[in-house]
Design a protein around this ligand. Structure first.
Ligand SMILES: NC(=O)c1ccc[n+]([C@@H]2O[C@H](COP(=O)([O-])OP(=O)(O)OC[C@H]3O[C@@H](n4cnc5c(N)ncnc54)[C@H](O)[C@@H]3O)[C@@H](O)[C@H]2O)c1
Length: 304
């Protein structure tokens, strides 16, 4: 069956995600939407110029919400990165809320019934807000959550123990923000628990994962490659019904909030939440992150 993926918000993240989708042949149709006049059309035209060099074909549509009716996935990366303050993803609350308020009714009117992947920050707060705004199952509305933080942690571990990043497993969890943590109880290198590598400085690696994005941000004023890669991987897991585990931001009934934790992703979004066997400290860190996200969601609600 033909696959359709939508990307809403064709800024740094949205255009990199779109490029990834087209050059990897992840979708038969890509719908690109942006509120800036002429922008999505221009990026579509630019992307079309790459088709001649590809062995796959992607039909490209710009600024047509009706084309999202039967989309498998919509990736939401709208907002305004220029308002973000160094170190604080919550500084985007107002602009991201405005973008969701604008897009949600249009997406609902399109008849979209697939899986929504929120990238925009503050990611966990945005996922909970989307769940209030759209009449879709909570399983169908997820965020990239701590998936990018997990990539960063795995890369730092791989560099510390000199293995390929693919051979490092494990998760960062909690808030996609300052209240994230590495669940060291889950981290394994070539199937050996990380505690069997006494020379690895876990605190330094946790900090590298937490702050890695900001180091990039200080020079570029945005980040795009890591997040576009993970957004596409999650989208593909939905399209393929892959039942792959990602630490997405998804609804956790125990805390009644969307928060980053390992989720099994398939055709309908979150299929289940695999149990983690966290240590006592990790359980406490997760609960603390849930409280932080709740407080930030309350700040978003206070804006209306
Ligand atoms: N979750 C993560 O790990 C992660 C990583 C990187 C960036 N981000 C977030 O992704 C978001 C996008 O980042 P960016 O650098 O691409 O930002 P950007 O400012 O470059 O792009 C945002 C785009 O959204 C568009 N837009 C705004 N309101 C819209 C609306 N109502 N409808 C349609 N389009 C709209 C803008 O015109 C703009 O082109 C930000 O919130 C950023 O913090 C998240």
């Amino acid at each position: 069956m033909a696959r359709t993926i939508g990307v809403i918000g064709i800024g740094h993240v949205g255009v990199t995600t779109s490029f990834n989708i087209v050059t990897k042949g992840l979708a038969d149709t890509l719908v690109m939407i942006d509120s800036k006049e002429g922008w999505a059309e221009a990026e579509r035209a630019d992307l079309k110029d790459s088709l001649g060099g590809l062995s796959t074909y992607t039909k490209l549509i710009a600024n047509d919400y009706s084309a999202l009716r039967d989309a498998d996935v919509v990736i939401f990366s709208a907002g305004d990165i220029s308002v973000i303050k160094d170190g604080d993803r919550n500084s985007e609350i107002k602009t991201t809320k405005a973008a969701i308020d604008d897009v949600a009714p249009k997406l609902a009117a399109s008849g979209f019934h697939g899986v929504l992947i929120d990238v925009s920050n503050p990611c966990d707060v945005a996922v909970s807000y989307w769940q209030e705004k759209l009449d879709l199952g909570r399983n169908q509305i997820i965020g990239t959550g701590t998936a990018l933080d997990t990539y960063r942690m795995r890369r730092a571990v791989a560099e510390a123990v000199r293995v390929n990043v693919a051979d490092v497993r494990g998760y960062n969890m909690g808030e996609h923000g300052a209240d994230q943590f590495t669940a060291w109880s889950s981290v394994r290198v070539n199937n050996k628990p990380i505690k069997d590598f006494p020379n690895v400085k876990l605190d330094e690696i946790s900090e590298a994962a937490r702050l890695g994005g900001w180091q990039i941000f200080r020079a570029k004023h945005y980040t795009s490659f890591g997040i576009a890669t993970i957004a596409c991987e999650i989208a593909l897991a939905v399209c393929n019904d892959a039942h792959r585990i990602f630490p997405c931001s998804a609804y956790d009934p125990e805390f009644d909030i969307a928060i980053g934790h390992p989720t099994t992703i398939g055709r309908t979004g979150v299929i289940d939440n695999p149990p983690m066997g966290l240590s006592g400290d990790e359980v406490d860190a997760y609960a603390h992150a849930a409280e932080t996200i709740k407080a930030n969601l309350a700040k978003l609600h206070a804006l209306s």
